[in-house]
Design a protein around this ligand. Structure first.
Ligand SMILES: Nc1ncnc2c1ncn2[C@@H]1O[C@H](COP(=O)(O)OP(=O)(O)OP(=O)(O)O)[C@@H](O)[C@H]1O
Ligand SMILES: [Mg+2]
Length: 347
């Protein structure tokens, strides 16, 4: 009797079974199947992305950091750009990559999704905030030099997973200078503060940086410093799925499913969002709505409000505090959702 066949059949039936091992013990043979319950397959979305060949931590478990591995991240929609696959591939070959795109195009979302799909913990730092090198690298607390606390980057270097540096181009120069050696893929960090301790980069330590594109249109952005730019092998550009006259049916569908509004309303919301994004990209308004923002607007419509009333508390207030800008946004929305007669004063 051969249990081996059984194992092989399982192997054919379920490609996620990684290893079928036969062990001979006494006179009979036991087949042990080790499910490839990978890293990756914890997410129900795993099979929707073609990333099976890129195992980002072969034979290594991050179970001890399970709390830091994202869960239930929603699907990421694109129009055939295969962003998830491209990011996972970049991490597999180069250990790091950068994502560039306007605010709200889902850069943070996709990093969390990739982490969930690949079973990796996420360490996130927003460099736009007043992040100091103490926060990133570490410091002594209390008196003297006894109690050292690792900063976020040091912890990531020691423990692995994805380090996500959001708004990397806004990083202060002194912090960037400390980080540059770390970004060499075999790089390490020297803790000058702590008797020059050398911290090696974990073998499964991946890095993703993201930023808004640097251009005159995007107020407040600045170019990424050259040293960091040189160290990133792969650059992936993000844009809104619908912008200007280009309306993505996938985005309309997503809105219908996530906020339960009908097709006509979903289409018009995306149309309004696409126009606001166009104006944001050309510098006319300070913010372009993300899919998440459109979902919030649609949720209030689904709850029984008119599109105009629901827009006041969501899209309009969100775009700016400035009443002139709010008027501009309101006009765009009214061109797509005309206010019912006799209801003109309602906001
Ligand atoms: N293509 C997409 N598929 C699914 N959800 C999306 C997509 N794009 C944006 N979203 C949703 O829009 C919202 C904003 O996305 P996110 O915060 O990831 O944008 P971002 O690019 O990181 O913006 P910022 O540059 O301001 O940090 C989230 O709720 C996200 O889930
Ligand atoms: Mg973000």
């Amino acid at each position: 009797m051969s249990y081996g066949h059984q194992g092989l059949r399982e192997k054919e039936e379920d490609s996620r079974i990684r290893k079928v091992t036969s062990i001979r013990r006494d006179n009979y043979k036991i087949t042990v199947s080790i499910n490839k319950e990978r890293p990756m397959s914890q997410s129900p979305l795993y099979n929707q992305y073609d990333i099976g060949k890129y195992d980002l931590h072969p034979n290594y478990s991050f179970a001890h950091l399970a709390d830091m591995i994202p869960k239930s991240t929603p699907k990421y929609i694109d129009s055939g750009q295969h962003y998830v696959e491209r990011i996972v591939r970049a991490l597999y070959y180069f250990k790091q990559c950068s994502l560039i795109g306007p605010s709200g195009t889902g850069k943070t979302h996709i990093v969390y999704l990739v982490a969930e799909l690949c079973g990796l913990p996420v360490w996130e730092v927003n460099c736009g905030l007043q992040t100091s090198s103490y926060d990133l690298i570490g410091r002594f607390i209390g008196l003297g030099k006894e109690n050292w606390i690792d900063g976020m980057v040091t912890r990531w270097l020691r423990q692995g997973g994805i380090m996500y540096l959001d708004e990397a181009n806004m990083m202060k120069q002194d912090v960037a200078t400390r980080l540059n050696p770390v970004l060499d893929t075999r790089g390490h960090l020297v803790l000058n503060e702590k008797d020059n301790e050398v911290v090696e980069r974990h073998k499964y330590g991946y890095l993703v940086i993201s930023m808004n594109p640097y251009s005159a249109e995007f107020a407040g952005t600045k170019p990424l410093n050259a040293a960091m730019r040189r160290r990133m092998a792969v650059w992936i550009n993000f844009d809104y799925t619908s912008v200007g006259d280009k309306i993505s049916s996938v985005e309309v569908e997503m809105l219908r499913n996530r906020a339960k509004v009908n097709e006509d309303v979903a289409y018009k919301i995306v149309q309004a969002g696409a126009e606001l994004r166009r104006q944001y990209k050309s510098g006319d308004i300070p913010y372009g709505p993300s899919l998440g923002d459109l979902i919030n607007w649609a949720t209030l419509i689904h709850d029984g409000n008119t599109a105009n009333v629901a827009a006041e508390e969501t899209i309009i207030a969100l775009t700016s505090d400035n009443s002139e800008v709010q008027d501009d946004v309101r006009r765009i929305i009214e061109s797509i959702f005309p206010k019912p007669e006799g209801n003109q004063s309602m906001r």
